[in-house]
Design a protein around this ligand. Structure first.
Ligand code: CA
Length: 226
């Protein structure tokens, strides 16, 4: 079964270009020129990944992102946001709202495909059945791709999960923002430090009563301990 990638972009040339490359890479592409069309689709189908343009004629990309994250069924779908250079500030906002990655136009389609693959790989359930316990409250089940706080399941975005996975791989070990970014995006350095803080803040909010287990070490980075 081919994985379905939803592409929401109002510029036909970009749609054509991205669709072509995604199809060549073996994905099924569903393209939408407006936010409304996409939301209608989302009511019936769940794509494996979403590529979302920020500036759409009808609905703001950020609004769409919020809607996706709000619904249980769609909350875990990886989202790559497309932004124009002039929308620099919106990138941080996009990540705050729950996008997993973003690309600034003009971008290389090769790079986009690489990120699509990386995000999908990260999102795939892992075969190992490894469970990590932090304190007596937080459980990270790497096999099921699940996080439990006090036995209750918490929905994280793929990026948040990946950060938690990294921090808990070495309890008490401090990871710098750069190391976290490396873990998230490989050698891609076109991301700003602040995005890590944004993801961590979200992660903390979501794990609620276990939030204190993630500690910020001033000027160095983050660690998890319990
Ligand atoms: Ca646009």
């Amino acid at each position: 079964m081919k994985k379905t990638i939803a592409l929401i972009e109002d510029e036909p040339d970009i749609v054509e270009l991205i669709s072509l490359h995604l199809t060549k890479a073996g994905y099924a592409v569903k393209a939408f020129l407006s936010g409304a069309d996409f939301l209608a689709f989302l009511d019936k189908r769940t794509p494996e990944l979403i590529i979302l343009d920020l500036m759409l004629p009808d609905i703001d990309g950020l609004e769409i992102c919020k809607l996706i994250r709000k619904r249980d069924v769609t909350a875990g779908i990886p989202i790559i946001m497309l932004t124009a250079k002039s929308e620099e500030m919106d990138k941080v906002l996009g990540l705050e709202i729950g996008a997993d990655d973003y690309m600034t136009k003009p971008f290389s389609t090769k790079e986009l495909i690489a990120r699509v693959k990386a995000l999908l790989r990260r999102h795939e359930p892992q075969r190992s059945l490894k469970k990590i316990e932090i304190g007596d409250m937080l459980t990270i089940d790497l096999g099921k791709y699940e996080v439990l706080v006090g036995g209750k399941r918490v929905e994280l975005t793929p990026t948040e999960f990946k950060i938690l996975e990294l921090l808990s791989s070495k309890k008490g070990w401090v990871f710098s923002r750069e190391q976290i970014l490396d873990h998230l995006w490989g050698t891609e350095k076109a991301v700003i430090d602040r995005t890590v803080d944004v993801h961590i803040r979200h992660l903390r909010e979501k794990i609620g009563e276990a939030a204190h287990l993630i500690k910020n070490i001033r000027g160095v980075g983050y660690k998890i301990e319990g």
